[in-house]
Design a binder for this molecule. Structure first.
Ligand SMILES: *[C@@H]1O[C@H](CO)[C@@H](O)[C@H](O)[C@H]1NC(C)=O
Ligand SMILES: *[C@@H]1O[C@H](CO)[C@@H](O)[C@H](O)[C@H]1NC(C)=O
Length: 359
C-alpha cells in the first residue's frame, strides 16, 4: 500500500516536473513575443471562382532549385535566382544558361538594372549587383552600422534610386515562420541612393515587407505586407507626395512578389497562409508559443494544403483577373508573376521550373 502511494506520488511528481519544464521551455524561452492577428475570412479564398487556369502552365527549365523570383530584361532574356546560388537565364531561343554563381543559399528578389545586369537581394549578404563583366559585387551590406539581413525584394527607379524591402528586422529567412507567428510589424521599405551612398527608411513597421513595385509613371511605390493580406502605396510624386495609403486589402492570400504589367496594372502572387490553415493560430498566443518551439508542428500546418494563386490588380486597387491551381496539381506556392509579351512567367518555392502561361 505505502509503496503504491509512493509510486503514484513519484509518477505524479515526474509528470508535473516535465510539464513545468515544458512550460518554461515554451513560454519563458520562447523566441517570439506574439500578437494576435485578424486575417480575412476564408470566404475570400474559397470563392466559387476557382479556375485551375494555372494547371495550363508550360514548364520551363526543369530542375531549377526553388526559383523564387523572375525578371525579364529589355532584350527578352528571362532570369531567375535559385536556392543553390545560381542566377540562371533563358535566352530568346528558349535555351537555359547557368549565368552567374553566388556562394549563397539565400537569394530572393531580383530586378533588372538600367545600366545592365541585375540587382539581387540576398538575405545574408545584402543587396548585390550582378553583371556580365564583373560577376557579383555587394552594393549594400550595412544599414546604420548593422548588417542588412533579410533584404527581400528590390526595384530600381529611373533616377537610379533603389527601393527594397526588409522582410523582418528581427528574424532571418530561415526563421520566417517565427516572424509569421509573432505577427508584429518587423518589416521595412528602404531607399538606397547609390550616388550619395545613403540609405533611408521609406516605410517602417510593416507586417512582413515583401514584393516591391513602381507604378508605370513612377508616381508611387507599392509594397506587399504578407501577414496582413494587403499592399500599401507610398506616393513619390504629385499632390500626395510622401503620403501612404492602402492600395488593396482583404486579398485572398498573403501577397508575396508584385510586378508591374505592361498595361500599368500589377500581378501579385498570393501565398496560401489563409484563415482555413492559420486562422486558429492567430487567435491564440499559447498556440503561437507552442508552434514557435516545435517547428515540425508548424511545418505540418504549413504543408497541409498545396495551392497556387495569382491576381491581376488594376491601378484602382481592384482585382481584374485571378488564376489558380487550387490543389497545386501542376504548380504550387507561386511566389512571383511577371508578364512579358502576352505570357505570364511564374516563380515558385515548391516547383523546380518556371511556369509559363499564355494570357
Ligand atoms: C558607403 O557607406 C558605407 C557605410 O554606410 C561604407 O562602409 C562604404 O564604404 C561606403 N561606400 C562608398 C562607395 O563610399
Ligand atoms: C539610422 O538611425 C537614425 C538615428 O537613430 C534614424 O533616424 C534613421 O532613420 C536610421 N536609418 C535607417 C535606414 O535605419
Amino acid at each position: 500500500m505505502a509503496s503504491t502511494i509512493g509510486c503514484v506520488t513519484l509518477t505524479l511528481s515526474l509528470v508535473l516536473a516535465v510539464l513545468f519544464a515544458l512550460t518554461v521551455q515554451v513560454f519563458y524561452f520562447s523566441p517570439i513575443d506574439p500578437l494576435l492577428l485578424e486575417i480575412p475570412p476564408s470566404v475570400f479564398s474559397i470563392s466559387s471562382t476557382k479556375n485551375n487556369k494555372l494547371q495550363n502552365v508550360i514548364k520551363l527549365g526543369e530542375g531549377l532549385k526553388q526559383p523564387e523570383d523572375v525578371c525579364v530584361d529589355k532584350d527578352g532574356v528571362l532570369y531567375t535566382a535559385t536556392r543553390d546560388g545560381w542566377i540562371k537565364r533563358m535566352v530568346r531561343n528558349g535555351k537555359w544558361e547557368n549565368w552567374k554563381h553566388i556562394d549563397s543559399s539565400t537569394l530572393l528578389g531580383i530586378t533588372t538594372s538600367k545600366d545592365g545586369g541585375l540587382i539581387v537581394c540576398d538575405t545574408s549578404l545584402g543587396l548585390l549587383k550582378v553583371t556580365e563583366e564583373d560577376g557579383f559585387s555587394v552594393i549594400l551590406s550595412q544599414v546604420n552600422g548593422s548588417q542588412l539581413i533579410f533584404a527581400d525584394d528590390v526595384i530600381e527607379a529611373s533616377d537610379g534610386n533603389i527601393y527594397f524591402s526588409v522582410g523582418s528586422t528581427k528574424f532571418s529567412l530561415h526563421n520566417w515562420h517565427l516572424d509569421l507567428l509573432e505577427a508584429r510589424p518587423n518589416g521595412q521599405l528602404l531607399k538606397y541612393n547609390p550616388m550619395s551612398n545613403e540609405t533611408a527608411i521609406v516605410l517602417d513597421d510593416l507586417f512582413f515587407a515583401n514584393g516591391v513595385a513602381l507604378s508605370k509613371d513612377e508616381d508611387y511605390l507599392i509594397v506587399c505586407e504578407t501577414w496582413k493580406f494587403r499592399c500599401v502605396r507610398n506616393w513619390l510624386k504629385g499632390i500626395n507626395k510622401g503620403k501612404t495609403d492602402i492600395f488593396i486589402e482583404n486579398l485572398p492570400g498573403g501577397p508575396d512578389n508584385i510586378n508591374l504589367a505592361p498595361d500599368g496594372s500589377f500581378w501579385i502572387a498570393l501565398v496560401q497562409i489563409t484563415s482555413e490553415r492559420f486562422g486558429f493560430v492567430h487567435t491564440s498566443k499559447v498556440c503561437k508559443h507552442l508552434l514557435a518551439s516545435f517547428p515540425r508542428l508548424f511545418n505540418l500546418i504549413n504543408s497541409a494544403t498545396k495551392s497556387a494563386l495569382v491576381v491581376n490588380v488594376g491601378t484602382d486597387g481592384k482585382i481584374i483577373r485571378k488564376f489558380d491551381d487550387n490543389e497545386g496539381k501542376v504548380i504550387s506556392f507561386v511566389t512571383s508573376a511577371v508578364e512579358f509579351e502576352d505570357h505570364l512567367y511564374l516563380g515558385s518555392l515548391h516547383s523546380d521550373f518556371v511556369g509559363k502561361l499564355p494570357l
